[in-house]
Design a protein around this ligand. Structure first.
Ligand code: NAP
Length: 301
């Protein structure tokens, strides 16, 4: 049985179902998706959400969101939208009347042309990680910056060094600027640091000036230390116990930088905090529910 949206919508749904079942979701997930989209006992009120990425298999969002649905008694299912084309993913999501998407690498910029509205923060950052479908309209948001800002609430007005000038660094620069911090951006490719600094009224300096800066806070937004890489962006002797070190890399949870920072006596914040708070805000955007931090920590532990 197909959804009751007329013959055209029905054939689109069939195609969308075939897309899901063509090896794009884990085996254990296939019968669930088939039942939800075409099963005889399906309930038209059950709606689907998912993580759009290529690859997306690594994401912990399906695990977290499906447990939150069970906890709150919500009739939704969260799955994987894994494909090399964001255009295809957006078409499938619309065809099955999906409730929303989390968006990850490499689609955070490319998804923007497929949206009807984009919120102010996402526009300024230049990336969308959350899509909410409502009344036929696709709205884009960015919750990465909230995931970065929330753990830093006590650092308002402090002096920060941001390492990196790529995609996540833009969300970090937005968050640090929003907290009124004095931000200096260092990046391997200096010109990119200059361009990012101009967008968020920060300073850019060459990478080797770090030792002259004496920051209260260091945020690593480079990919150094992300598995399988084992490098730290800073040497042990550059870390002082007065510094707080926030590593946005979260695989592994204890990165080489965080490990060195702990040995130096620094306060440390792991990148897993970003996932927690960005997911919490996505849930609020999808359902209007403010999940307690403790509930998310308990599910992820
Ligand atoms: P990106 O756009 O590719 O940017 C990568 C950044 O790392 C650039 O600034 C790049 O410098 C720098 N870099 C790469 N290799 C380097 C090296 N060998 N030495 C010095 N700098 C180097 O990637 P992204 O999307 O911003 O992601 C960066 C990291 O953030 C990812 O690895 C991921 O672990 C983490 N992240 C975490 C979360 C979270 O939820 N916690 C979310 C998204 C991303 P150049 O400009 O010189 O190339």
């Amino acid at each position: 049985m197909l959804l009751n949206n007329g013959p055209t919508a029905a054939s689109e749904r069939e195609a969308a179902c075939r897309w899901f079942l063509a090896g794009r979701v884990p085996n254990a997930e296939r019968s669930t998706i088939e039942e939800l989209l075409t099963g005889s006992s399906r309930d038209a009120r059950t709606r689907i959400l998912g993580i759009a990425g290529w690859p997306a298999a690594h994401s912990r969002s399906p695990f977290l969101f499906n447990r939150l649905f069970a906890r709150y008694g919500l009739d939704y299912h969260y799955t994987w939208f894994e494909d090399s084309s964001i255009e295809t993913i957006m078409r499938v999501a619309r065809d099955i009347d999906a409730k929303g998407l989390s968006v990850t690498i490499p689609f955070k910029q490319d998804v923007m042309v497929h949206l009807d509205r984009i919120d102010r923060a996402a526009q300024q950052i230049g990336a969308v990680n959350t899509v909410v479908f409502s009344c036929g309209i696709a709205r884009g948001f960015n919750t990465d910056w909230i995931g970065i800002e929330k753990p830093l609430a006590a650092y308002r007005g402090k002096r920060a060094v941001l390492l990196g000038a790529g995609g996540v660094a833009a969300a970090a620069a937005f968050a640090l600027a929003d907290l009124g911090m004095e931000v200096t951006i260092l990046n391997r490719t200096y010109e990119k640091a200059v361009q990012l600094a101009e967008r968020f009224s920060c300073q850019a300096k060459p990478w080797d000036t770090f030792d002259t800066l004496e920051p209260d806070l260091v945020v690593n937004a480079t990919s150094l230390g992300m598995q399988p890489d084992t490098q730290s962006p800073l040497r042990a002797e550059q870390l002082k116990k007065e510094m707080t070190v926030f590593d946005l890399v979260y695989t592994p949870p204890l990165t080489p930088l965080l490990s060195a920072a702990q040995k130096a006596g620094c306060t440390t914040i792991p990148g897993t905090e970003v996932f927690l708070y960005q997911a919490k805000d996505q849930f609020r955007l999808f359902f209007g529910i403010d999940v307690p931090d403790t509930t998310i920590r308990e599910i992820l532990s």
